[in-house]
Design a protein around this ligand. Sequence first.
Ligand SMILES: O=c1ccn([C@H]2C[C@H](O)[C@@H](COP(=O)(O)OP(=O)(O)OP(=O)(O)O)O2)c(=O)[nH]1
Length: 157
Amino acid sequence: MFDSGATVAAALDAGGADLSEAQRQPNGVDLTVGAVFEQTEPGAIRRDGKRVGEREELEPEDGAYRLDPGTYVVRYGEPVRIPDERIGFVLPRSTLLRNSCTLDTAVWDAGYEGVGEGRLDVGHAIEIEPGARIAQLVLATADHDGTYDGEYQGERL
Ligand SMILES: O=c1ccn([C@H]2C[C@H](O)[C@@H](COP(=O)(O)OP(=O)(O)OP(=O)(O)O)O2)c(=O)[nH]1
């Protein structure tokens, strides 16, 4: 069972997000673009750990990120808080898909709090304004064992 948009908005409001009316959707909450990065150094996934590679933050030009085809990292503009008994999924706005671009996202664990990131895949040049809505967070009821306690907990709060 998925929560209504109002319930998702209440969870984000409780976590300190400052949501506009436009972000409140029937089935979830739209997330905006907080920052865009280009990775410059390799990261690592090891059996006993991980490292996120170095990246450079892009600067908007004339008020927008003007992105050529390629792979970027997007940081969302809102702190997200996943309540207990929930799992979160972030999906791209369909307009992104209609413009040959997408987001790749992972599971948002119960108990996670922070300003998260995802992979922005640009298949055709696009301009994206900072603060523009790019994705939608939905929450579904889920059983879980414990809550998120990894190194991204509390990131950028
Ligand atoms: O697309 C996503 C998906 C999740 N998260 C946040 C919420 C999630 O709870 C946290 C950790 O995600 P995950 O467990 O997939 O990361 P990991 O690489 O396995 O790290 P850890 O070892 O800390 O679990 O990152 C994002 O920022 N972006």
